[in-house]
Design a binder for this molecule. Structure first.
Ligand code: 4AD
Ligand code: MG
Length: 477
């Protein structure tokens, strides 16, 4: 018998066909109705059991979380809310789930509780919906780039360079931590380490993607990146997935156009293909908001918010304009910002980004031309000598979702910048080579995949959109 999924069954015409299905029991009511789910869809299939027909022990084994096989006849459903159901003729228990100890009971669990049960939480409706959407978004990302002439490039995970120059890297070593070899100066001698030099987990695949863009034209990476920044926020992970397109011959405007088109495209994909899960998450948010005071409720429901982003132009604003807006803003004047904005040149905090997006412009914003001092070494210097061709895409509820720039393609200017920041030329000799041989205008950006999933699902905490989150003091599972 062909294996079918619940999703397929729910779409079938009931013609008294004999079917067989495996899944986990969501609920078992009145010793008669099993709601069965196999992960293929949010919806359960109802299996109707005549308990007199079965061994008492089998009936006793059916409880929330148990894995079972059901054989039976697909019939039109008598109940509401479903078109078909299964009249069960045969039952097989794959594995029971003791109700005394199985943590995922059919009731509301807090996300904090479920984080402690990260290996089981995908069996809840919310996490299953989030993870199906995550998968759909990943598919949409690949589809977007593949259909637009980009090549998927696998950047290395272990690297010898700090792409962002922020020094937030996890060391990779095989040296004995108790007794590492020392050099003449008494420091750890990494020449004796596995790679013969200091290595770390990558914070970004950008530098390597640049090398590939200068041969393949348009490339993108989509892989794990690592940051040892000690930020315990709802938007930071120590291990997260980043998508980094890099394009030869693109300037900053082309880069902004691409970022906007890309985000809209992947959101449109889930609007077109994931309505069940989106509707479920939207309702979850609406229920959650009911208990909040009116002022804290969001103006738009989830699907409306996604459509709004897809249908409206992102507002493009220079850093300098943004600083003027922020300086003169109510919260700044009333000293409501934790970090007041007094002068040009200060870095923007998430409170400022969110003010611009949520209060001032009320739409996604792309900020560009940031002060050179607060951005990475590789960004192209503008003619004014103090700003760089950087861009950040800011989203409601999220803040920065994309960071990117036009890259410095001029060898001398790049060298000068590296000298100022004490970045050794020997360390990035190959990166400088790209400016020596066939250099050209080029640009790219990085999109934090979990922040995108957060936006798409309305989940408040980034820990709840990645299967097994890694954050400071937490690498369980
Ligand atoms: O702005 P970032 O640091 O930019 C880069 O790494 C560039 N090399 C990208 C490029 O131009 N190719 O990071 C890019 C994005 C951020 O906008 C954010 O969405 C996400 O990565 N991000 C994080 N997401 C989760 N946890 C963290 N700790 C993150 N740090 C950055
Ligand atoms: Mg950034």
């Amino acid at each position: 018998m062909a294996r079918t999924s619940v999703k397929e069954l729910l779409g079938l015409d009931p013609k008294l066909q004999e079917i067989e299905i495996d899944g986990w029991v969501k609920t078992f009511r009145s010793n008669r109705f099993i709601a069965l789910n196999d992960g293929s869809t949010l919806n359960n299939i109802q299996c109707v059991v005549n308990f007199e027909d079965f061994d008492e022990n089998i009936i006793k084994s059916i409880s929330s979380g148990a894995a079972i096989k059901v054989k039976g006849t697909l019939v039109e459903s008598q109940g509401r809310g479903q078109s078909v159901e299964i009249q069960v003729t045969d039952l097989f228990i794959h594995g029971t789930a003791d109700p005394e100890t199985y943590p995922i009971q059919p009731k509301k669990h807090s996300f904090e509780f479920l984080r402690e049960k990260a290996h089981l939480r995908v069996r809840t409706n919310t996490f299953a919906a989030v993870m199906r959407l995550r998968s759909a978004l990943a598919y949409a990302v690949h589809t977007y780039f593949q259909k637009n002439g980009f090549y998927y490039m696998h950047a290395p995970i272990i690297t010898g360079s700090d792409a962002e120059g922020a020094g937030e890297m996890f060391r990779v070593t095989t040296l004995d931590p108790k007794n590492p070899p020392l050099n003449d100066e008494g420091e750890v001698n990494y020449k004796e380490d596995f790679f013969g030099k200091e290595t770390n987990l990558t914070v970004s695949g950008q530098l390597e993607a640049e090398a590939y863009a200068m041969g393949l034209g348009k490339v993108y990476t989509f892989g794990p990146t690592f940051r040892a920044e000690n930020s315990n926020t709802s938007r930071h992970l120590a291990e997260f997935w980043m998508i980094e397109p890099e394009m030869a011959f693109y300037d900053l405007d082309d880069n902004m156009d691409l970022a906007e088109d890309f985000i809209k495209d992947v959101l449109q994909y889930i609007l077109d293909n994931c309505q069940d899960d989106l509707k479920f998450l939207e309702q979850r948010l609406l229920d959650e908001e009911k208990v909040k005071p009116q002022a804290e409720r969001s103006a738009m429901a989830l699907i409306e918010k996604l459509k709004f982003v897809v249908d409206n132009n992102f507002k493009r604003v220079s850093y300098t304009e943004a600083i003027e807006i922020l300086k003169n803003s109510k919260p700044n004047k009333k000293k409501k910002f934790e970090y007041p904005i007094n002068e040009w040149g200060t870095d923007l905090q998430s409170e400022h980004e969110r003010f611009l997006v949520e209060k001032h412009f009320k739409c996604p914003v792309i900020l560009f031309d940031y002060p050179a001092k607060i951005k990475a070494f590789y960004m192209r210097l503008n003619e004014d000598g103090k700003t760089v061709r950087a861009m950040d895409v800011l989203f409601p509820g999220i803040g920065e979702i994309v960071g990117g720039s036009q890259r410095e393609e001029r060898l001398e200017v790049l060298k000068q910048k590296m000298t100022e920041l004490s970045i050794e030329e020997e360390e990035l000799w190959w990166y400088l080579d790209l400016r020596k041989f066939g250099t050209a205008v080029h640009s790219g950006f990085g999109l934090g995949f979990e922040r995108l999933v957060q936006f798409a699902t309305g989940m408040g905490n980034i820990r709840d959109v990645i299967p097994f989150p890694r954050t400071p003091q937490n690498a369980a599972f």
